[in-house]
Ligand binder design. Structure first.
Ligand code: NAD
Length: 260
């Protein structure tokens, strides 16, 4: 496929990818798209119903996926899911740290416990997962990590210090892993989604308001959808992205132009 003789590694049929929050809006689209590309998917999800539904949808389309119930707020639960996924599919080629929580309160009203719990799910769990699978991925000399951040990492969030801090941290985690593991042919990049039509923003707005916000405020005239993010993930896993690591790619209809 490439005419320059340079070897480029990308997702191969049968490669295992662990996707957290695989029952959610973006997570389900990631699972479906990457399974269509031939990946075998570990669906990590707290919500049993949505996790099983993703598993059903992937299998119905001829793909291979298994749901694992995991609570990312518990390191014991993460350890169990790591063991179960390794048993099912072996060392992962890919990790997608996608799940997050966003309990909202102002700085003066948010409890320290809520702040700490948000950081546990949104940043400590991703570190735990990368740290646990890393040595085997390094031994394999190939791998791709995608972490999901948010524009809030760059802008801050009114009533969301917990969320904004966790998303800023995941940007730094991606870059650090990218620098440390480039020599092992493991790439780490971040997707920065713009406001999209999923459950998370709908926690504090209506579907109509969300669609209207897209029309009024987003340069390309609409909010994002899970398939937008899935297309970017497919690229980041592909051999076409084999020269790309440590980057944060915003997919947001032009809402935030990241200063270079
Ligand atoms: N939708 C947006 O507008 C938007 C914008 C920027 C960033 N993001 C990010 O995109 C990612 C996906 O979010 P989404 O929009 O699909 O939201 P979503 O709420 O549909 O999905 C999040 C999923 O994470 C799961 N989850 C929550 N807590 C968990 C836990 N303790 N253990 C295991 N799973 C848990 C939920 O059950 C849910 O399925 C998140 O990291 C989010 O911060 C979303």
């Amino acid at each position: 496929m490439y005419e320059d003789g340079i070897a480029r590694d990308g997702l191969r049929t049968g490669d295992h990818i662990v996707i957290t929050g695989g029952g959610g809006g973006f997570g389900r689209a990631f699972c479906k798209r990457l399974a269509r590309m031939g990946a075998r998917i570990s669906i990590w999800e707290l919500n049993e119903e949505s996790g099983r539904e993703t598993e059903r949808l992937v299998r119905e389309a001829g793909g291979d996926a298994t749901f694992f119930k995991v609570d990312l707020s518990s390191s014991a639960s993460i350890d169990q899911a790591i063991e179960a996924s390794l048993k099912a599919y072996g060392t992962p080629y890919g990790i997608m740290n996608n799940a997050s929580i966003y309990p909202r309160a102002s700085v003066e009203k948010m409890s320290v416990d809520t702040f700490a719990r948000t950081l546990q799910v949104n940043i400590t769990a991703p570190f735990h997962i990368i740290h646990a699978f890393g040595p085997a991925m390094i031994a394999n000399k190939r791998g791709v990590i995608i972490n999901i951040a948010s524009g809030r990492a760059l802008e801050g969030a009114v009533n969301g210090a917990n969320y904004a801090c966790s998303k800023a941290a995941i940007l730094s985690l991606s870059k650090t892993v990218a620098m440390e593991w480039a020599k092992h042919n493991i790439r780490a990049n971040t997707i920065i989604p713009g406001v999209s039509f999923t459950a998370q923003p709908l926690e504090n707005t209506t579907p109509e308001e969300l669609i209207e916000r897209g029309k009024q405020r987003i340069p390309l005239g609409r909010v994002g959808y899970p398939e937008d993010m899935a297309g970017l993930a497919a690229f980041l896993f592909s051999a076409d992205a084999s020269y790309m690591t440590g980057q944060a790619v915003a997919m947001n209809g032009g809402m935030i132009m990241i200063p270079q």
